[in-house]
Design a protein around this ligand. Structure first.
Ligand code: SAM
Length: 558
């Protein structure tokens, strides 16, 4: 027996787990969850790349803010410069004077407060806006030396000021970088804007512009501005000169007038002379007569439009000055391509459809015609389509349809076309007569008469007799017509765009020959009419000329 030994120093050995607890182990935390908990508790350790990314992000942010600030600064400077330009006659001169005075005052008196005043620092700002010594990099120093050696002092001062402002911006920039929100950035930007404003105010008061501290982009902007201003000034001057030229047109001397000048110069002279002639009292040279101006105009127009003097003279006589140019310009322009539907074979609507199906872009010629079509463009040759060969239409100028419309032929009449080849108008007459009655299609030229026959065959004209006689003798063969069309041979001065040869190949004798023949033909045409015709007794006379000798009845009939 005896006492039990206490070998554990009063501690009783723990009883082992019971039967149940032996079966169920203590709860354990799963290793991957444990890892997560540990990670949360431990401070974050950034990887090398992450750190680099953050640094880059911060740098970018900083650059962005600086860039924005610079841009705003530039814009403000530009605005200020504009204002100053408007206010001051020559900013360069003023700047120069101010720079000199600044330098002088600093040399005389090294007082910093004086400088502050010049820079526009107020007393309230003086604590933090103390200019400090510029820390110019070597590069900057070099640039300063090379650009403006004479203005170094003042430039340095300008640099002080900018630096002190930049310091302020930088400190805010640090704040920027610490803040991560966009809003914060914006707020900071606004603040810096205010600071910039104050900086500019000081600049304005100081009246100086830093030239060496400017960024290349600033310099380029200023350069561009100067260039633009210069160009504008030049343009203004040029305009003034032009106005002056227009106001006083100096009549060229004989030598000058004979001199070969360029087409644009001639064009300008034509305009000038027309202007003088339009207001002769005001613009004339008192030593020159109207005839002299007209002579100069005629000469220039001949050169410009390539006419012979005779025809130009005639045209000038016909048209008033404002219509003269319009006529000459129109004679240079090609007329639109037009066709006439042959109603003996088809209707305009059907023809249009057929041609549209072939890729022709067309329109009715106008309300005044039921048969005319104007062709804008076509994928097929208009003079060779199946419809053309079948005689569904004929190529005919719009103006050529008018004499027949005036003649107004009726079915069952007896009608004469005295000068009919190649038969364009004659076939139109036949169509309006609906192939009834009798149409005499005459032409003095045998060769051209064959064209009448050909066209009539193609177009299906069946009521015609083609004759080849001199119209001046026609009454000797036949007379008693209800209507007569005399589409007389002429100088063709009304269709110069169709035949530009007219500009140079017409002489007074040609006109005279034409109107003599026309007069004889008219007399015959009148004689060939049946004055007692129940439905007609009409004569239509037409030409392609604009000359009064050929077109005016009083000048044709004596
Ligand atoms: C302007 S063209 C006629 C065009 C025609 N009317 C047409 O629409 O197709 C003038 C025609 O007159 C003809 N001619 C000229 N002198 C003539 C004369 N003495 N008698 C008849 N015809 C003449 C010419 O041969 C020429 O074909």
């Amino acid at each position: 027996m005896g006492r039990k030994g206490n070998f554990n120093d009063g501690e009783r050995p723990k009883k082992g787990p019971g039967r149940k607890s032996r079966k169920q182990k203590d709860p354990e935390i799963v290793p991957h969850i444990k890892k997560l908990i540990d990670a949360e508790e431990e401070p974050k350790k950034l990887g090398h790349r992450q750190k680099q990314r953050i640094v880059r992000r911060l740098k970018k942010k900083q650059e962005k803010t600086e860039k924005r600030k610079e841009n705003k600064k530039l814009q403000k400077e530009a605005r200020l410069a504009e204002k100053e330009e408007k206010k001051k006659p020559s900013i360069n001169v003023v700047q120069e004077i101010e720079k000199k005075t600044n330098k002088q005052s600093r040399e005389d008196d090294g007082d910093l407060t004086n400088k502050k005043k010049k820079r526009g620092f107020s007393d309230e700002n003086s604590d933090w806006l103390k200019p400090k010594k510029a820390k110019l990099s070597k590069k900057d120093e070099d640039e300063d030396d090379s650009d403006e050696p004479g203005t170094r002092d003042s430039d340095d001062d300008e640099h002080y000021k900018l630096e002190s402002l930049n310091d302020l911006d930088d400190s805010e920039g640090e704040d920027d970088s610490s803040g991560s929100d966009e809003e914060d950035e914006e707020e900071d930007d606004d603040d810096s804007e205010e600071d910039e404003d104050s900086g500019h105010e000081s600049e304005e008061e100081g009246g100086e512009e830093g030239s060496d501290d400017e960024l290349p982009i600033e310099k380029a902007a200023k350069k561009l501005k100067k260039k633009q201003a210069k160009e504008e000034k030049l343009a203004d001057e040029e305009l003034q000169m032009n106005i002056a030229d227009h106001e006083v047109f100096a009549f060229p001397s004989e030598e000058e007038a004979d001199k070969v000048v360029s087409i644009p110069e001639i064009e300008q002279r034509i305009k000038d002379v027309l202007m003088v002639l339009g207001n002769f009292k005001q613009y004339r040279d008192p030593n020159r007569s109207r005839c002299e101006y007209m002579e100069l105009l005629k000469k220039d127009l001949c050169t410009y439009f390539s006419y012979n003097e005779f025809l130009m003279e005639r045209i000038i006589q016909i048209f008033p000055l404002d219509e003269l140019m319009a006529f000459l310009e129109a004679s240079e322009t090609q007329r639109p391509l037009t066709i006439r539907t042959n109603t003996l074979k088809t209707r305009r609507r059907d023809l249009s459809q057929a041609l549209v199906n072939r890729g022709v872009n067309l329109d009715p010629i106008g309300k005044w015609s039921k048969v005319g079509l104007v062709i804008y463009n076509s994928t097929v040759p208009i003079g060779a389509t199946p419809e053309y060969l079948a005689g569904h239409y004929i190529l005919q100028g719009a103006s050529s349809m008018l004499p027949v419309a005036a003649l107004a032929p009726q079915p069952n009449e007896r009608i004469l076309d005295m000068c009919a080849a190649p038969g364009g108008k004659a076939s139109h007459i036949a169509a309006l007569m609906k192939n009834t009655g009798v149409l005499f299609a005459n032409d003095v030229s045998k060769e051209r008469s064959k064209a009448i026959v050909g066209n009539f065959h193609r177009l299906g004209v069946m009521n015609s007799v083609v004759t080849c006689l001199d119209g001046r003798q026609y009454t000797k063969v036949m007379k008693g017509f209800d209507r007569v069309l005399l589409d007389a041979p002429c100088t063709g001065t009304g269709v110069i765009s169709k035949d530009t040869g007219v500009k140079t190949n017409k002489e007074p004798l040609d006109v005279q020959r034409c109107y003599t023949l026309q007069r004889d033909l008219i007399l015959q045409a009148i004689d060939s009419l049946n004055a007692r015709s129940p439905s007609g007794g009409y004569l239509v006379y037409s030409t392609c000329s604009i000359l009064p000798e050929e077109t005016k009845l009083s000048s044709t009939m004596h």
